[in-house]
Design a protein around this ligand. Structure first.
Ligand SMILES: Cc1cc2nc3c(=O)[nH]c(=O)nc-3n(C[C@H](O)[C@H](O)[C@H](O)COP(=O)(O)O)c2cc1C
Length: 177
C-alpha cells in the first residue's frame, strides 16, 4: 500500500493526488493548516507568497502516518513563490524519512520553479523514485490525467507488466514481475 500526502488550496494538487490514487494502491492524506488559511485572492497571494519565501513552517492539523506501512509515499504541493507550499515544508521538516521511497509532484501556473530541489533538501536522494510537475491542472483535466498515467508507468506503477498476448486478450495476462 502506498500513501499520497498532499496540500491543495484550490483543488489542482488534489485532482492530481486523486488520479494517482485511482491508478495505484494508495491511501490519500490531505494536510491542512491548523488555523484556517482563508483570504481573498490578493491576500492569499501576498500572505501565502511571503510565507513560502521565508520558509515559514505553519502548525498543521493533526495527522498520523505509520511509515513502515507504506511502500512509496507520494508528496504533492502547489508551487508557491517558485517553491513549495508552507504546509508541505512543515510536513517534510517533521518526517521520519528513513523507511520509504518517495515520488514527488507539484502543480503550478507558470513554472515548477524550485519545488523539487526544495523538497529534496528534506529527503534522501537515493529514496526518490520520480518527480513530475503538472501545469494548469483544472484547465486541462484530460491532459493531466494522461500525464499522471505516463508518469506512473515510467515509475513502473502499478507494477504489473503484462505480456503482449495479454494486450488483446486480458484473460491471458501474466504478471511478469
Ligand atoms: C500564494 C501562491 C503563490 C503562487 N506562486 C506561484 C509561482 O511562483 N509559480 C507558479 O507557476 N504558480 C504559482 N501559484 C499558482 C499555483 O501554484 C497553482 O495554481 C497550483 O496548481 C495551485 O494548486 P492547488 O489548487 O492545489 O492549491 C501560486 C499560488 C498561490 C496561492
Amino acid at each position: 500500500m502506498n500513501l499520497i500526502v498532499y496540500y491543495s488550496l484550490k483543488g489542482n494538487t488534489k485532482f492530481v493526488a486523486k488520479k494517482i490514487a485511482l491508478n495505484t494502491e494508495s491511501k490519500l492524506l490531505e494536510l491542512k493548516y491548523k488555523n484556517d488559511f482563508n483570504y481573498s485572492r490578493i491576500l492569499e497571494m501576498i500572505i501565502g507568497g511571503a510565507q513560502a519565501l521565508v520558509h515559514y513552517k505553519p502548525q498543521l492539523q493533526d495527522y498520523s502516518i505509520q511509515n513502515d506501512k507504506h511502500d512509496t509515499i507520494f508528496i504533492g504541493t502547489p508551487v508557491w513563490a517558485h517553491g513549495i507550499s508552507p504546509v508541505i515544508r512543515s510536513f517534510l521538516n517533521s518526517r521520519d524519512i528513513s523507511v520509504n521511497k518517495y515520488a514527488l509532484f507539484s502543480t503550478y501556473k507558470a513554472s515548477e520553479g524550485r519545488s523539487f530541489s526544495q523538497m529534496k533538501k528534506y529527503l534522501p536522494e537515493d529514496k526518490i523514485i520520480g518527480q513530475a510537475g503538472f501545469q494548469n491542472v483544472l484547465q486541462n483535466k484530460e491532459k493531466t490525467e494522461r500525464e499522471v498515467k505516463d508518469w506512473l508507468s515510467a515509475m513502473n506503477f502499478p507494477g504489473k507488466k503484462i505480456n503482449t498476448a495479454a494486450k488483446n486478450n486480458p484473460k491471458k495476462a501474466v504478471n511478469l514481475n
